[in-house]
Write a protein that binds this ligand. Structure first.
Ligand SMILES: Cc1cc2nc3c(=O)[nH]c(=O)nc-3n(C[C@H](O)[C@H](O)[C@H](O)COP(=O)(O)O)c2cc1C
Length: 180
């Protein structure tokens, strides 16, 4: 796939299914992430691959988070939260580990966001579907701990990956451009 063609045709999948990307493809997708621009070459990205039962542990932590925040959440709501990570056969949680110093924190997070976009495009080029998720789980201290991240690290995205069950629509994306 031509690079520009890939960028122009990328959309978030609406629904994913098995089979998951192979291990070789997952590693290639992550490698694409590490090709992102990165001010100061700090390599702030951290990749945590969740498959199989690991997704259930993430789901259980997400349900615990919901229970703690919303004590009157119904069992159906807790079950729905726990099931969220099962929407993809593989999830790559992408964290930003911040180095204190002269490179501003926002630039380190920006580098990790660029890494996720590279990964999204690599997955697309390999024929997989992807969805970028955050939500309250991305800001939860216990979930960071489950993933082996420090409390001050950021979860920049959960990249849900799989084969495409339902592709997302391609919508017009107007750009506000000012030429000075
Ligand atoms: C930082 C960030 C966080 C996102 N979090 C979510 C999310 O929690 N749930 C979700 O459905 N989509 C999330 N998205 C994906 C966007 O909603 C999605 O890209 C958007 O709907 C545009 O669709 P497209 O990717 O098909 O162009 C996130 C995207 C970014 C960049």
């Amino acid at each position: 796939m031509d690079l520009l063609e890939g960028i122009e045709s990328r959309t978030s999948a609406l629904k994913l299914r098995e089979p998951a990307p192979s291990r070789v493809d997952v590693e290639r997708i992550i490698k694409a992430g590490t090709k992102a621009p990165d001010h100061g070459r700090l390599r702030p990205w951290r990749f945590i691959v969740l498959e199989g039962e690991a997704r259930k542990r993430l789901g259980a932590a997400m349900a615990d988070m919901l229970r703690a925040k919303t004590p009157d959440a119904s069992q159906a709501q807790l079950d729905a939260e726990a099931a969220k990570p099962l929407r993809a056969p593989i999830i790559i949680a992408v964290g930003a580990a911040i180095t204190k110093g002269k490179i501003p924190e926002i630039e380190q997070v920006a580098a990790v966001a660029a890494a996720i976009q590279n990964m999204f495009l690599a997955a697309h080029a390999l024929g997989y579907g992807a969805m970028w998720k955050t939500g309250a789980a991305a800001y939860d201290r216990n979930i960071k701990e489950l993933l082996g991240l420090a409390a001050e690290d950021h979860i920049v995205g959960f990249l849900y990956l799989g084969s495409i069950a339902t592709a997302g629509p391609s919508v017009a994306t107007p750009a506000e451009i000012r030429w000075l």
